[in-house]
Structures are given as structure tokens and as C-alpha cells.
Design a protein around this ligand. Sequence first.
Ligand SMILES: *[C@@H]1O[C@H](CO)[C@@H](O)[C@H](O)[C@H]1NC(C)=O
Length: 587
Amino acid sequence: MFLSQINMKHLIEFLYLFSFIAFVIADEDSHTYKDDEDVLLWMNTVGPYHNRQETYEYFRLPFCKGGKESLIDRHHENLGDALQGVELKYQLDIKFKQNVEPTKYCEIELDQKKYESFVYAVDNHYWYQMYMDDLPIWGIVGEADENGEDFYMWTHKKLEIGYNDNQIVDINLTSDKKIKLVANIKIQFTYEVVWKSSDTLFRDRYEKYLDPSFFQHRIHWFSIFNSFMMVIFLVGLVSMILMRTLRKDYARYQKDDDLDDMERDLGDEYGWKQIHGDVFRAASYPLIFSSLVGSGSHILATSLSVVLFVMLGDLYTERGTVVSTAVFVYAALAPVNGYAGGSLYARMGGRSWIRQMVIGALLLPTLVSSTAFFINFIAMYYHASRAIPFGTMVAMLCIIIFVILPLSLIGTILGRNISGGASPPCRVNAVPRPIPNKRWFMEPSVIAALGGILPFGSIFIEMYFIFTSFWAYKIYYVYGFTLLVLLILTIVTVCVTIVCTYFLLNAEDYRWQWTSFLAASSTAAYVYLYSFYYFFFKTKMYGLFQTTYYFGYMAVFSIALGLMCGALGFLGTSLFVRKIYTYVKID
Ligand SMILES: *[C@@H]1O[C@H](CO)[C@@H](O)[C@H](O)[C@H]1NC(C)=O
């Protein structure tokens, strides 16, 4: 009985997930109304203004239910909704193009318990969110007077709804009739609906929620320009290094060999050329290393595709679709993970390839689910609507087991067979060469720690915009910027790690694989540090739930970013290393 319930539930969510592409192409609702047709106003959540993610079901506050006798539940429409804690309930009686004079819809007896709840809510700047025809509406519960002794609650909702032909294009909510909260009084709630004809086009109706003066601020453009200059500088630096090293080799090939012996003995045969017999030695911990690179490539492919999808499809307007898209694309791109990780592992001579594949495929899902699981406990303790429902968890588990793992297997098999056997340009010596002592700043750990500074510098302003749209109430819509920043980050990361690797190899240290990976992924450590600054200086979050949520998911975000940059750094650097050692002559 219990089992069959779960099955039905996750089957439904499963279907939702896989039919989401259909949702995107042909909208689920037509968004058109006939005159006098019921228009539903969904009460979603209520929560403190400063803690965006700490939301509770609307009726957790003792609002009266009134209006409609039975509340229709429409819980979660899609996977994204379920993961983001959208809970919809239906309350008022509204008909298309029918004005409603101020009307009482219900009344509550403010007993001591309800009184305390409302005072708490008003004191904590609670506000509520509603949806009508998929347009979000926000309203504030009440306000305190200046010295914080008396608390007032708004009891009248005035809805002004703009319609264009048979569609809803604009909604304004005005709260009115402030009532002082005193225990044991009766409070009446009223509402009013005014329909107005409007010229706004249906497809432009989300525009008023976007904030161009914030997102397209001069600083934003300036930062992109700045990063772009950095890209030019770095690309110049890398091409200079490449040319310098390669030109000498070209010159050598053209000259006669014996004429050149002197020069070779004296000056040329030091530095990176000395370690040609070790540079393609497998990295230490090849299993972990290839799993990290595989996951990082997977994340890179996913982020690029999601940004492209969202940008081309304007998906940010549909509630929950960005999250659903991300989950779907991540699952569909699992072969990338298998291919990158599996082929690298094979090249490094690894034998337990099934174990590598499983670890690579489960790395990020495990990280995300364990964080979510932990935060879920706190959410459940708080009874917050963010608690991820059990059915959704089962659905996610099914996606991991039945989609991500098999697709990774396919990728791994392809990777091992197609590019798993490629041999490096230089033979690896049987005995490892000792690594000479060098100056402290040439140590791999120092290079790794400093490598992230420039990539972080190229993205931190974008991070501010992304954080603000996630932790405050802005709708992120400038996905073109994201794409640009992603490209800039890619180039900067690759260039920086190439330069780092060049210095490392010149110091005759051949441990470049881990160094290049870590030098790139230290970007994420800086992002995580920045998130602390952001938390303390840019937000007013408080409370255990919101704080854990913030730092938990920021850690997940940073780790994912770190894996992505690390894979980028390593893959870019291996191209460079292969290239320069192709020209080394081995006597
Ligand atoms: C909502 O408010 C905005 C700004 O005050 C106004 O331009 C718009 O006409 C209003 N819409 C309706 C339907 O009243």
C-alpha cells in the first residue's frame, strides 16, 4: 500500500520531468479566459522578507480560509517547483473582467495564540506571495510603528488586474486598512478587484518584474569589458610563451644538427625539456583525479547548455523551469562525464574502470543530495515549505540510478575505446626523476593557491548579480551576460593554468596534472570566501535555517564551480603540454 503510493507519486513526478520539454514548447495553460470565467488566485508562501529561502505555506499564519469553501490544492506543478518549495492554495472568488466591490471574505477571532503569531510575523517583516495566471504577486503582512511597540496588520487587498483582450497582462496589489493587533478582537478581511483594460502585450508581461537598471548597470558592462581586456592580455602572454618555446625548436630543425651542439649543451637543455621522461607519468591517485576531471567536464557542459537553453527559450519567466531544465540537462549529458573521466583513467593505465565510472557519476549527485538531505532536516524541523517532498527525493534517486549511471557507462565505454589508448608524445622513464629544490613560490601548493585569483577577478562582479538574484528578490534574466562571463572564465582559467604549468615545468617539477587542476579550482575557494563577505555585508539574513541554507548551498555551488574550473584548467593545460613536448627531440 505504502509502496504503491510512492510509486504513483514518483511516477507522476517522473513524467513531469520528462514531459517538461513539451511544457516549454506548448504551454500547459492557454492563459486565455472567457468573460466571467473563474480566475484563480493561488496563495503560495509566507516568510521573512530578509530570508528569501525561509518560506512557509501561506496558511501557516493563522489567516482565515474563507471565500471558497474547499481549498483546492495544486501542490507542485513540476520538479523545479517541488525543489524550490512552491506550495499553491486557492482562496478568493475572482471572475474574469468582473469587478468586485470591497467585500468581506472572512473573519478571525484573534485569540492569544493567533495574536502572537501575527505579531511575530509583522515583527519579522513577513510577506506573502501569490500567483495569478503564473504572475507572481507580493504583499506585506503588516508593519510595526516606529518604536516597535504596536503592530498593525493590513486587512484589505485591492487587486488591480490589467487585461488585454482575453489575457491577463498586469496585476497590482495594494494593501489597505491597517488594523492594530490587540488580543481577543475580531478582524475582518476584505478584498476588492478592479479590472482595467491595458495595452501591454502578453509576451511583455514579465518585463515589469525585470530590473534593467540593476542588471544592465554601467558597472556590469564595465566588468565585462574589464574581463575582456584581461583575456586579451592573457592570450597574448600565453601565445608569447608558446612562440618563444616553439620558435627555438623550429629554428633547430631547420639548422644542421651538429652546428647546434654547442648551444644545446650550454643553454637550451634545461628547464621543461629536461623532464620529458616524466611529464607524462600518470598523476598520483589516478582514480580520484579522473573522476574529478570527468565531473568537472560534465558540469561545464551542463552549465553551457543550460545557459543557452534558458537564453534562447526565455525560460526564466516560467516558474521552476530553470531548475527542471538544469536537472534534465545534467542527466542527459552524463555521457560527457563517462567519456572524459573514463578515457583519462584509461590513459593513466587505471584498471578498476567500473569503480572510476561509478565514483565519477555519483560525485556531484551525492554531494548535492547529502547537502539537501541535511538542510531538509532543518527545514522539516521549521516546517518550512522548502522541505523537499519524499516523492521528489525518490524521483531524483531514480534519475540517478536509471538515467545518469547507464549514460555514464555508455560514455565510459566510448571514452576508453576511442581515446583511451592514445600514447603520449614522449616515453615515460621507468625511474622517476628527483624533483629539484626550488624557491617557495614555485611549489605546487603555492601555485595552486594563487592560480585562482585572476579567474576569480574575472567573474566576481557577475557573482554579485547571480547571488543577488538568488538570495534577494531579483529575477535573473541577463543570460547573455552569463554566457559571456562563462566564456571569459574559460579562457582566463585555461591561460592562467598554462602559464602556471609553464613555470612549474621550467622548475623541473613534473607534477603538473594536479597542480593545473587545483590552480584552476582554487577560483572556487575565492568565490566561497566572497560569499562570506556577501552574507555579512550585502544581506540581512538571520536564523539557523536561512544561514545553513545559505552556506550549505553556497558550498555546493563553489565545489561545482571548482570542479568545472579544475577540469577546464587541466584539459587546457594537457593540450599545451602535449603540444610543446611534441617538438622535443629525444636523443
Ligand atoms: C500597476 O502599477 C503601475 C505602476 O504604478 C501602473 O503603471 C499600471 O498601470 C498599474 N496596472 C494596473 C492594472 O492598474
